[in-house]
Design a binder for this molecule. Structure first.
Ligand SMILES: Nc1ncnc2c1ncn2[C@@H]1O[C@H](COP(=O)(O)OP(=O)(O)OP(=O)(O)O)[C@@H](O)[C@H]1O
Length: 583
């Protein structure tokens, strides 16, 4: 069942390229046809010349054979170009499909699947599929044609010698069958180990500073060594199986040539076989040696490709949990007022049993600035992620301007809600390109004005290449505060009616954070701002403060009101005062 499903998949990959594949296969068929015809020509040449020797005839035969061999060579080349070309096309399309599919998946998918594993699938597994639809298809077709065309002619020359020569072939097929399951299992193990080791390298490179701070180089070295040893063991096991099977196949194929030479020469001396027939048979058996000996590699490429198809399908078959509903509503971003409503908003992470958001209710008026404060792990980021639907929340719980957000077209919702997450990720490009990421064609003057509002323009202008300064891998490293304000400028550029800042100013001093908040109130349309923070003095300037604890909003009100109520806010504020005094 799984096998026919896989064959179906291979068919699906080849279908869009059926014309090129067919041309390649026709070329292969012609190559094999010529491969059968040329020995017959040699046979008739030898027979004629042995009866009546003539130099002219030798030259004639030689010219014809050279011409036919050249045609065979050209056709073989064409078949390789066509079929390997299909392999490359399939590789290109698969990479594109995987990347586009990954872009559709929700962030939680990427917390469960490590980048190392995904990268290994998108590269080495795709490469294996390319070899399957290129090399393996070509080689299998070649083997089938070689046998189908050569065997009848061999039998017509001498069925007895053919049977003797091919007597070893059943042993060969039995061996291939015996090893095939084992090879597939071992191949899958190698690919799993490879993905594992890529994951570890990726994680260690990202966490290199942490490894050094905690002086964990030795432990990491050992962990890597262990995984590397597992990979080595898996590779050696596979190599052992392959190195047992392939020479056996090659050896058995050569044995059939020896049988023809042995029995054929005996028959020639007994005058029961013509020299021409003997030569033709010998060439035919030799012709079968190569495709047969290659069968081992073909099987490996085929099985490796099959394992990889399963690994790739396990990505491609994941249905994005968060996507547009069939009746998705389109809202014009410029018409959105920015009113946010939560009705009994509840969310429990799939891996958890306690809700991270527990029956939350609120209405936030357009243009209102709301600060959300609370203990660590109280659900603030979860709420921030729920609003632009980065989490798979149930319908009927969150509303933008009174419209259920699960009914709004995702692209419209996300254009209406700008979100600056805790981790201010910047791409390895210029500061300017980072800021205008949401609108790559925006004017430089706009980039500068949002950078000014985010209080980062002065620092950028001080860099020698100003807005053209490269950041990331190929450029300079910005400080935490500079990264945060650049990320904020990026969110401000798209001028969305709702702006969510998830602890996005934690590396910025209180005074600058307060100034930035004030700047957000400037402009034609006041933005609705959700400002999640641990900086209470900045939160105090907000229109209203939500205090969260264990997934619930337990207090709401202005700073001055909350200070008069006994509760968590008073406690947090007292702690904040003490911290300020101790600074
Ligand atoms: N992907 C996840 N899977 C399972 N549980 C999660 C996940 N993310 C967060 N949680 C849990 O949900 C709860 C709320 O987490 P959340 O990140 O929303 O808190 P927070 O108030 O933003 O904390 P902080 O102030 O530290 O950022 C916590 O108990 C956390 O452990």
């Amino acid at each position: 069942m799984a096998q026919s499903r896989r064959l179906g998949k291979i068919g699906n990959y080849l279908r869009p390229h059926w014309q090129q594949t067919t041309l390649g296969i026709i070329a292969l068929l012609s190559v094999n046809g010529l491969g059968v015809y040329i020995p017959l020509l040699i046979r008739s040449g030898v027979e004629k010349l042995s009866k009546n020797f003539s130099l002219n005839q030798i030259i004639n035969y030689a010219v014809i054979i050279i011409l036919l061999s050249s045609a065979m060579w050209l056709l073989r080349m064409a078949s390789r170009i066509w079929i390997f070309g299909v392999g490359r096309q399939v590789e290109y399309e698969l990479k594109q499909r995987i990347f586009e599919h990954l872009l559709k998946l929700e962030p939680s998918y990427f917390t469960k699947n490590t980048p190392g594993d995904l990268i290994s699938r998108a590269t080495s597994d795709v490469d294996n599929v390319r070899r399957l639809v290129g090399f393996a298809v070509l080689s299998l077709a070649n083997t089938v044609f070689a046998y189908a065309l050569t065997l009848p002619v061999m039998i017509s020359i001498s069925w007895e010698l053919t049977i003797y020569a091919l007597a070893v072939y059943p042993i060969m097929f039995f061996l291939v069958h015996l090893f095939s399951d084992r090879l597939r299992r071992e191949q899958a193990e190698v690919q799993e180990q490879l993905a594992d080791i890529s994951g570890l390298i990726q994680e260690d490179i990202s966490g290199i500073a942490l490894i050094k701070i905690y002086a964990q180089e030795e432990n990491e070295r050992q962990a890597f060594n262990q995984k590397n040893q597992q990979l080595l063991a898996a590779n050696l096991k596979l190599a052992q199986s392959r190195n047992t099977l392939f020479p056996l196949i090659g050896g058995l194929a050569n044995l059939s040539s020896l049988i023809i030479i042995w029995l054929g020469t005996m028959r020639i001396s007994a005058n029961t076989l013509a020299i021409g027939d003997f030569l033709a048979l010998l060439i035919y058996v030799e012709r079968l040696v190569f495709p047969t000996a290659l069968l081992g590699f073909t099987i490996t490429a085929y099985q490796r490709g099959e394992v990889s198809i399963d690994r790739l399908e396990s990505i491609l078959s994941v249905t994005p949990k968060i996507q547009d509903s069939p009746d998705a509503i389109h809202i014009g971003e410029d018409k959105v007022k920015g009113e946010l409503t939560a009705k009994n908003l509840t969310y429990t992470y799939p891996e958890s049993t306690t809700p991270a958001l527990d029956r939350i209710n609120f209405t936030i008026a357009p243009g209102e600035i709301i600060a959300i404060v609370g203990a660590i792990g109280s659900g603030k980021s979860t709420l921030a992620n729920a609003l632009p639907r980065l989490l798979d929340i149930e319908p009927g719980q969150l509303f933008l301007d009174g419209i259920d957000i699960t009914k709004i077209a995702l692209s419209d919702l996300r254009s209406a809600i700008a979100y600056v997450p805790q981790d201010s990720f910047l791409f390895s490009t210029t500061i300017q390109n980072n800021i205008r990421y949401g609108d790559p064609v925006s004017e430089q003057s706009l980039v500068k004005s949002v950078a000014t509002l985010a209080q980062i323009d002065a620092e950028i202008t001080n860099f020698p290449q100003q807005y053209e300064t490269l950041v990331g891998e190929r450029g300079i490293t910005l400080s935490g505060g500079q990264r945060q304000r650049t990320a904020l400028a990026r969110a401000m550029l798209i001028d969305a009616p709702v702006l969510i800042l998830d602890d996005a100013l934690s590396s910025v001093d209180n005074q600058t954070a307060t100034q930035i908040l004030n700047n957000l109130s400037l402009g034609n349309q006041k933005k609705t701002v959700i400002f999640i923070t641990h900086q209470l003095s900045a939160a105090a300037t907000a229109d209203r403060i939500f205090v969260m604890d264990k997934g619930k909003i337990i207090q709401t009100g202005k700073h001055s009101e909350l200070l008069t109520q006994p509760g968590l806010y008073q406690t947090l504020w007292s702690q904040h005062q003490i911290e300020e005094l101790l600074r």
